[in-house]
Every structure is written in structure tokens, then in C-alpha cells.
Design a protein around this ligand. Structure first.
Ligand SMILES: [Zn+2]
Ligand SMILES: [Zn+2]
Length: 390
């Protein structure tokens, strides 16, 4: 039996007011990565109230992660919720809407669970902003046995399969020799000069970067006293590229620049590297099916849009392990604002934000049901994933 998609839409509409309340409450109480206790509790309570079933909390050893499941056996489809905010600018990435849409899609499917084969789960994934929650859950085996994963992300336009860059961080520590900056500057060796020179040398090498590479940094320690030649200085860089091979090459250039700057100033430099997120491998078969669902709901999405840049997400890491999609949907006009801006935080609590959240919930529910009901489609998703893995 093929289930009526309109029943899914109706469930989401029925839950609409509650989902908007929940999303706005999370928006009004922004919590940073791994500290999303309130958001995680509210989401869990909403699921338990509507579902009458137990929500598993603290999955994968992460206090603010959770999971609930309906249906039985395979295939197993996961719908992911994010709910962490950013320092200073709060929910400027709109993760409150990601959370609301995941709950909406999951609950709509839960109401139909007796009528389909396979299972659907909602997984609450903390700390996308810098904490890599999905990577930790992946390592803890939380995604074992899951056949496909999906989520939506708010944006300024509708895009089905936008790239996300792989990334890493490098912290640099410079040590020089202190001296009185006026009485005996010739006796000192400035750690700060080498630190600043690193930025200039990296800029000089940008011409050799491939398209899409991003290298951006801050000085995290520029010295303590203006009358002392700086003994200790430090900087932090994020490096991003479309592929891990290019990222590795760019890393080599960045380290070379830092060493050259240190050599010029006769100071020492040391590095601490921290892996970031992997590049996103969008499953186009799934993304296009999501696009068809969107079209049925009255929205036309482009497959990608080269006029707008890409960021990084821990969904990238997941997408290399199982078929995944991370489509973007507009919560404002094109060009009006992008993620991580004050204006975008306002949009994430607006009526337009809420209505996009509900459209995303419906489109995800429809896509998940398509995957559960259509083994041929599921086979194509799997084949595409295996082919891309090579
Ligand atoms: Zn963000
Ligand atoms: Zn985000």
C-alpha cells in the first residue's frame, strides 16, 4: 500500500504551533556546543508527550544527544536534529529550525509507523558549531546500521546539494626573547613580528590556492606589555578546501610560511593541529527526491548555486559513511543575510523561518517514506553511494 503524502503534511500542520513554540523557545535560550541541556530536554519532552514512548538520552556518551525510534527492522532512516548556538550571536545559524523540522518530520512518520516496513529514528546531534558532535556519535557507533541520514539547514535560498568544505585548525605558538622595547630593542627577538609576518606570507601564497580554498586566522596572543619586545605570541588558523588532498597541500604551504617567518625573526614556532570536518558528499538520488517533494509543496530548489560560498559541517563526516543529504532552504530573501550574521538570527525566529521549518519537515517526511516504500529508489541511493566511495 502506498501511503498518502497528504497525511504526513496534515500531521506536520497539526503540530505546527507546538513546533514553532519549541523552536522559538530554543532560539530565545541559546546554548553553546555540548551545553544544550535545556534544548535537548525540551526536544525530548516534546517527543515523549507526542509519542508516548521513551526517548533515549545521552546516546554515544554525549550528555545532550538523544534518540527515539519508530517502526521495525530495515531499512533504517535517520532524521537529524541540531540545536546548538554560537557565542555572542546566538541562533545565527538557525539550528533551532533544524531541531523543529526534525521533530516534525519524525512525529509525522511516527503516526504512520504501522503502515510501513522499516524504521525511522530521530537523532539529536549536539555541537555542530565547533564540537563535531556527529563525529563523536559516529565513533561511538550510534550510526551503525543506519541506511540513510537527512537534515535541512536554513539559508537565504533553496539548494538541494550544496558542497561543504573539509577543514582543519592549526594553532601556532611563537617564542622569542624579551628585552626593553626602548632601552635595548636590539637585544630582543619579537615573537609578535614573526606571528604577523606569517599572515603576510600566507597572503602572498593565495595565488597558488585552488578555487574554494579558505585560510583565515586570528592573533590569539599579541603580547602583554607594550614596552617589552614580545616573548610569547600565538595565532590560530582555520584551513578549508574542497578535498582532503587539497587541504593537505595547503597545510604544507601554511606551515612553511610560519617556519619562514620564524626563521626571519630568529624565534621558534610550534604547531598544534586539530582535525575539523570532512567534505560533504551529497547523495544526489536522495537530494533530487527531496527536491521533488519540495516541488509538490510549492517550492523550486536549484541543485546547487555557485554564486554563494560554502562552509563546513560535521554532516560531511557522516556523508562519507552513509548516504546523506543536507539541503538548504530559504528563511529570508536571497542576499538579505547569511548564516552567522545578526540579521540571520532574527530570521531564524521569524514567521517565515517557522513556515520554512514546516516545509522542511514535510519534505523530509515524504523523502523518508519514499525510501521506505520504494526498494528500487533505495537501491539507487545505495549504488550511488558505493560508486562515489570507489
Ligand atoms: Zn553555523
Ligand atoms: Zn549551522
Amino acid at each position: 500500500m502506498t501511503l498518502d503524502r497528504k497525511a504526513l503534511d496534515a500531521s506536520v500542520d497539526e503540530l505546527g504551533a507546538d513546533l514553532s513554540d519549541l523552536s522559538r523557545r530554543i532560539h530565545a535560550h541559546p546554548e553553546l556546543c555540548f551545553e544544550e541541556r535545556q534544548a535537548s530536554a525540551w526536544l525530548g519532552e516534546c517527543l515523549e508527550r507526542e509519542l508516548g514512548a521513551k526517548v533515549e538520552r545521552g546516546v554515544g556518551g554525549l550528555e545532550t544527544a538523544f534518540r527515539a525510534r519508530v517502526g521495525r527492522g530495515s531499512p533504517r532512516i535517520a532524521i537529524l536534529a541540531e540545536y546548538d548556538a554560537l557565542p555572542e550571536i546566538g541562533h545565527a545559524c538557525g539550528h533551532n529550525l533544524i531541531a523543529g523540522s526534525a521533530v516534525g518530520a519524525f512525529l509525522a512518520l511516527a503516526r504512520q509507523a504501522l503502515h510501513f516496513e522499516g524504521s525511522v529514528e530521530i537523532i539529536g546531534t549536539p555541537a555542530e558549531e565547533g564540537g563535531g558532535g556527529k563525529i563523536k556519535l559516529l565513533e561511538a557507533g550510534v550510526f551503525e546500521g543506519i541506511d540513510a541520514a537527512m537534515m535541512f539547514h536554513p539559508f537565504d535560498r533553496d539548494i538541494l546539494a550544496h558542497p561543504a568544505l573539509c577543514s582543519m585548525r592549526i594553532a601556532m605558538t611563537y617564542v622569542g626573547v624579551p628585552a626593553h622595547a626602548a632601552a635595548a630593542p636590539f637585544a630582543g627577538k619579537s615573537a609578535l613580528t614573526a606571528c604577523m609576518e606569517t599572515f603576510r606570507l600566507i597572503d602572498s601564497q593565495r595565488v597558488h590556492f585552488r578555487d574554494g580554498v579558505r585560510v583565515h586566522g586570528i592573533i590569539s596572543n599579541g603580547g602583554q606589555a607594550v614596552n617589552v619586545i614580545v616573548e610569547h605570541a600565538a595565532s590560530e588558523f582555520t584551513l578549508r578546501a574542497a578535498t582532503s588532498a587539497e587541504l593537505e597541500r595547503v597545510k604544507g604551504i601554511v606551515l612553511r610560511c610560519a617556519r619562514a617567518a620564524a626563521m626571519a625573526g630568529d624565534v621558534s614556532v610550534s604547531f598544534t593541529e586539530k582535525p575539523g570536518y570532512r567534505e560533504m558528499r551529497n547523495n544526489l538520488t536522495m537530494a533530487r527526491r527531496f527536491g521533488a517533494a519540495l516541488e509538490a509543496l510549492g517550492r523550486n530548489a536549484r541543485e546547487t548555486d555557485t554564486r554563494v560560498g560554502a562552509g563546513s559541517t560535521d554532516m560531511g563526516d557522516l556523508s562519507l559513511h552513509l548516504p546523506s543529504i543536507h539541503p538548504y532552504l530559504a528563511i529570508c530573501d536571497e542576499g538579505e543575510s547569511l548564516c552567522h550574521e545578526h540579521r540571520f538570527a532574527d530570521c531564524a525566529a521569524s514567521d517565515r523561518g517557522m513556515s520554512t521549518m514546516l516545509v522542511a519537515a514535510k519534505a523530509m517526511a515524504r523523502t523518508a517514506l519514499d525510501l521506505l516504500e520504494d526498494p528500487k529508489l533505495f537501491g539507487e541511493v545505495r549504488r550511488e553511494f558505493e560508486a562515489a566511495r570507489g
